[in-house]
Design a protein around this ligand. Structure first.
Ligand SMILES: [Zn+2]
Length: 223
C-alpha cells in the first residue's frame, strides 16, 4: 500500500523521491514516507536461452533475494506492445517495490522485462536504486534445438515462434546501449554452470554471498 499516503490518504504512484531518506514524498500534502530503495535485478533472454532452468536451479538457494518468474502474472490483456506492455510492467514494479520493503531485493526472470525501454519509462521505476539487467544468450542453433525439444503443447516448435526468438536472442547479443545489459552465453555451458554464473552475478549485486550451500543436481538437458 505504499502508494496510499499515510497522512492525506490520496493514491499516488508518482511520488517524488528524496534520496536523502530515501523518502517517497506525497505530491498532495508533502508527507515524507521513508522507504527501502533497493536494486531490482532482471534476468532475461529469449525463450530457450535458459531463464526457466536458471530460475528453477536457483530456487531455494539464495537467501538474500526473492526470485520470481514474471510469467506468473501474464494475461492476454497485458499484450500491448504499442505501450511497451506498460500495465504489465507497472504491476510488476509495484509488486517488486512492495516486496523490497521487507528488505530483500527481487530478482525478476522474464523475457520482456529485460528490454530496458519496457522498464525505464515506468512510473514505478523510481522506487529502485538501480535496475541491473542480465541476458542469457546462446547461438541460434542451440536456441532452435532447445525450442524443438520442448513438449508440443508449448507451441515452441512452430517455425514462426522459433524465428521470433532467434531475432530476440540476436537483439540481446547485439544490444549496445544504456542502460547496459550484461550477457552470459549459455551455448557451451552446462545448465549447472550457468546457474552458478547467475548466482555469482546476483551475489555481486546484492552485497556478499546469500548462497545456501544446498547441492542439487540440475538435469543437463533441462534448457
Ligand atoms: Zn499525502
Amino acid at each position: 500500500m505504499m502508494n496510499v499516503c499515510f497522512q492525506c490518504g490520496m493514491y499516488h504512484a508518482d511520488k517524488i523521491i528524496d534520496p536523502a531518506g530515501p523518502f517517497a514524498v506525497c505530491p498532495e500534502c508533502g508527507f515524507r514516507h521513508p522507504f527501502r530503495q533497493l536494486p531490482l535485478l532482471i534476468v532475461s533472454g529469449a525463450s530457450g536461452a535458459g531463464k526457466s532452468t536458471v530460475c528453477q536451479g536457483l530456487s531455494g538457494q539464495l537467501t538474500r533475494t526473492v526470485l520470481l518468474d514474471s510469467d506468473i502474472l501474464w494475461r492476454p490483456e497485458f499484450n500491448t506492445p504499442e505501450t511497451n506492455y506498460r500495465d504489465y510492467f507497472e504491476l510488476w514494479l509495484r509488486l517488486c517495490k512492495n516486496i523490497s520493503q521487507s528488505g530483500r531485493p527481487v530478482v525478476l526472470f522474464g523475457a520482456g522485462a529485460g528490454v530496458p525501454e519496457n522498464i525505464e519509462d515506468c512510473i514505478e521505476r523510481r522506487y529502485f536504486s538501480h535496475v541491473h539487467y542480465l541476458a542469457l544468450v546462446c547461438s541460434a542453433e542451440s536456441l532452435t534445438e532447445r525450442l524443438r525439444r520442448r513438449p508440443i503443447w508449448r507451441g515452441t516448435q512452430e517455425v514462426k515462434y522459433i524465428e521470433e526468438h532467434i531475432r530476440f536472442n540476436r537483439w540481446f547479443r547485439e544490444y549496445d546501449s544504456q542502460p547496459a545489459i550484461e550477457r552470459i552465453d549459455t551455448t557451451n555451458t552446462l545448465p549447472e554452470e550457468t546457474v552458478a554464473q547467475v548466482a555469482s552475478w546476483i551475489d555481486e549485486r546484492v552485497g556478499g554471498s546469500g548462497h545456501n550451500q544446498i547441492s542439487r543436481s540440475t538435469r543437463t538437458d533441462a534448457f
